[in-house]
Design a protein around this ligand. Structure first.
Ligand SMILES: N[C@@H](CCC(=O)N[C@@H](CS)C(=O)NCC(=O)O)C(=O)O
Length: 214
């Protein structure tokens, strides 16, 4: 059985919970309390991931760390139609490009959230400034795409690149990064929420549940 070492408040773990829900892939959660217990720095987790980070999966003995790497693995292993990680070379190149952007979003928008919501000692202004620079680029890319009927980051259909970038964009307001100046991003957020099988997490609500639109 596929196991996810998981904290419900981690956007990186949520990427995987969301993708597995979209694939209708059963899995079990192994709770690792990230905050305040810092269980990700304990021996049991460090044996699986020497970086002391979530998420990690164990798929019948195959252990893999890093949310982006795990998305690639899950898509290659379980998406039999290969829709989420297309094999056509240019599409696959674009997916890899936006997966790299997801890492940049983690380093900036997620860091600002860790500062505001979990008390991490980061230079939050620098994180927010860098996140806004990224978001302005994503906004332009999505707005250009809409003009050409391309509604997803890497092409005409959603891919794991959208799943990788989505959580820390949607959670950005928790780090003081408001999305009102990014209308194309907000429309993309709504499109992801409309995907069949979508699940939310604390701070990311399903369509129709939002207390206030982001
Ligand atoms: N590149 C890693 C980053 C993972 C990451 O930053 N995880 C957070 C939880 S959301 C973590 O465990 N942070 C603890 C640390 O970096 O020491 C990934 O995408 O999985």
């Amino acid at each position: 059985m596929l196991k996810l070492y998981n904290d419900e408040l981690s956007g990186n773990c949520y990427k995987l919970r969301l993708f597995m829900a979209l694939l209708q892939l059963p899995f079990t959660r192994v709770p690792v309390n990230f905050h305040p217990n810092r269980e990700h720095k304990e021996e049991a987790l460090l044996r699986l991931n020497p970086f002391g980070q979530l998420p990690v999966i164990d798929d019948d003995g195959y252990v893999l760390r890093d949310a982006q790497a795990i998305l690639v693995y899950l898509a290659a292993r379980y998406d039999l139609q290969q829709r989420w990680l297309p094999i056509e070379p240019q599409s696959r190149g674009r997916v890899a490009l936006w997966m790299a952007v997801a890492e940049d979003i983690t380093r900036t928008a997620s860091a600002a959230r860790l500062h505001d919501a979990f008390g991490y000692d980061f230079d939050v202004q620098a994180c927010r400034t860098a996140a806004h620079k990224l978001f302005a680029h994503i906004e332009d890319h999505l707005a250009d795409g809409e003009a050409q009927e391309r509604h997803w980051l890497a092409g005409l259909a959603p891919t794991i690149a959208d799943i990788a970038c989505f959580p820390y964009v949607a959670l950005a307001p928790e780090g003081g990064i408001l999305l009102h100046r990014y209308p194309a991003i907000r429309r993309w957020v709504q499109r992801i929420k409309a995907l069949p099988g979508f699940v939310g997490m604390p701070g990311i609500f399903a369509l129709g549940v939002d207390a206030a639109p982001i």
